[in-house]
Design a protein around this ligand. Structure first.
Ligand SMILES: *Cc1c(COP(=O)(O)O)cnc(C)c1O
Length: 386
């Protein structure tokens, strides 16, 4: 039996290391030609007109909020089942968060959940809705976009789980990141995500003005006025240092060339899991995938009826760990975090709570062996007494 299986892990190969070594010997360690080369390769891959490489995924969301001019007095709608950053980016710019519920079987914000959140936003000005393509499954973007537009808001896709996924909308396959329905899509290259640069992120958009704004805000808000002397820069707006180093972009370019292979591997492993988990239904089920979603799953999340199995998640996690299998919980609903409870009180989001009560993420990453899904599912069956 091989070693411990974490729930996710980067795939770094010799040519990735060579690409980094070459970047270290080049003239620029940060903000050289490799940043733009990574942006160009990335936007072509996802079919967007603009891409802005950023220091991390959280910073991409912050830049998106600033570029859109979201601020005090505004509301952003965020599904409660997500990573903290999706909600926090609204607070960074002084906007308030209204948490949307999620479908208890997919973990995704549905149009019905958005309608409910819009109603709770009341008369306040809703500026942005942030769908999260949880696990890699794609949200119902056309419906969410129509509802957001009717409320005077735009979509910002928080898409770190869904690089390589696509949505089949209106007989067209839309790669996640093409921004056909959104103002921005945001990606992260944290090591557990589909591509790894260590820290890193990317914003995509089809709006040239928004792209230019996000780009200048990434570098302190500095712009170079056309026709001015070469040393002149101006700061019309307050920005940040959210730059990503050239060295990491070299790694990103090398990783991006492998995206198709990584996605293939994730899909093959997912199919194997699917077949192995089938007989364990309804006690254990894969999270539901909507009909339009063609996912490259980032997270292999199962829903377990712990009560019916007469156990607890803690006991299952502990037992799997003892059998060499890492797991994680995605996510503790953000509306339950003390900061947000202090600010807004505790919203009643039964879908998010039902999701949280049953979810457990099992190992899924390209470097797993063919036999690993079997090893994981057998350990889970043993643990649950199946
Ligand atoms: C990883 C992640 C982020 C944040 O990305 P970082 O690069 O870690 O800052 C935001 N939202 C979601 C849904 C994520 O999975």
């Amino acid at each position: 039996m091989s070693g411990f299986l974490p729930y996710g892990r980067q795939t770094i190969e010799d040519d990735d290391i060579a690409a980094v070594a070459q970047a270290l010997r080049a003239d620029f360690l940060t903000t050289g030609p490799t940043v733009e080369a990574f942006e160009t390769a990335f936007k072509q891959k996802v079919g967007a007109q603009h891409a802005i490489a950023v220091s991390n995924g959280t910073a991409t969301l912050h830049l998106a909020m600033m570029a859109l001019g979201v601020g005090e007095g505004d509301v952003c709608i965020v599904p409660s089942v997500t990573f903290l950053a999706t909600a926090n980016c609204a607070r960074y710019v002084g906007a308030e968060v209204v948490f949307a519920d999620v479908d208890p079987d997919s973990g995704l914000m549905t149009p019905a959940a958005l309608a409910d959140a819009l109603a709770r936003a009341g008369e306040r000005r809703v500026r942005a809705v942030l769908p999260v393509h949880l696990r890699g499954d794609v949200c119902d973007l056309p419906a969410l976009k129509a509802m957001a537009s009717a409320a005077g808001a735009v979509l910002v896709e928080d898409a770190p789980h869904a690089l390589g996924s696509a949505g089949a909308f209106g007989n067209e396959a839309h790669p996640v990141g093409d921004c056909a329905y959104s103002s921005f899509a945001s990606f992260s290259f944290h090591p557990v995500k589909t591509l790894a640069t260590g820290e890193g992120g990317m914003l995509t958009t089809n709006d040239a003005a928004l792209a230019a704004k996000a780009r200048s805000l990434r570098g302190h808000g500095m712009v170079r006025p056309a026709g001015a002397e070469p040393w002149v820069y101006e700061m019309p707006e307050l920005g940040f240092n959210y730059r990503i180093p050239d060295v990491l972009c070299a790694l990103g370019i090398s990783q991006l060339a492998k995206l198709d292979r990584f996605v293939e591997r994730r899909r093959a492993l997912t199919a194997r899991y699917q077949a192995l988990l089938e007989p364990m239904s309804p006690l254990v089920r894969l999270a539901a995938s909507p009909s339009w979603s063609d996912p490259a799953l980032h997270l292999l999340t199962v829903l377990i009826d712990f009560e019916a199995a007469m156990t607890t998640r803690a006991a299952v996690v502990e037992s799997l760990k003892a059998q060499g299998i890492g797991t994680q919980v995605h996510y503790i609903p953000v509306h339950r975090q003390p900061y947000y409870v202090n600010r807004y009180g505790l919203a009643d989001l039964p879908g998010a709570d039902a999701w949280y009560g049953r979810c457990l993420t099992l190992p899924l990453y390209p470097g797993m062996d063919d036999g690993d899904p079997e090893r994981v599912v057998e350990a889970l069956a043993r643990t649950l007494g199946l």
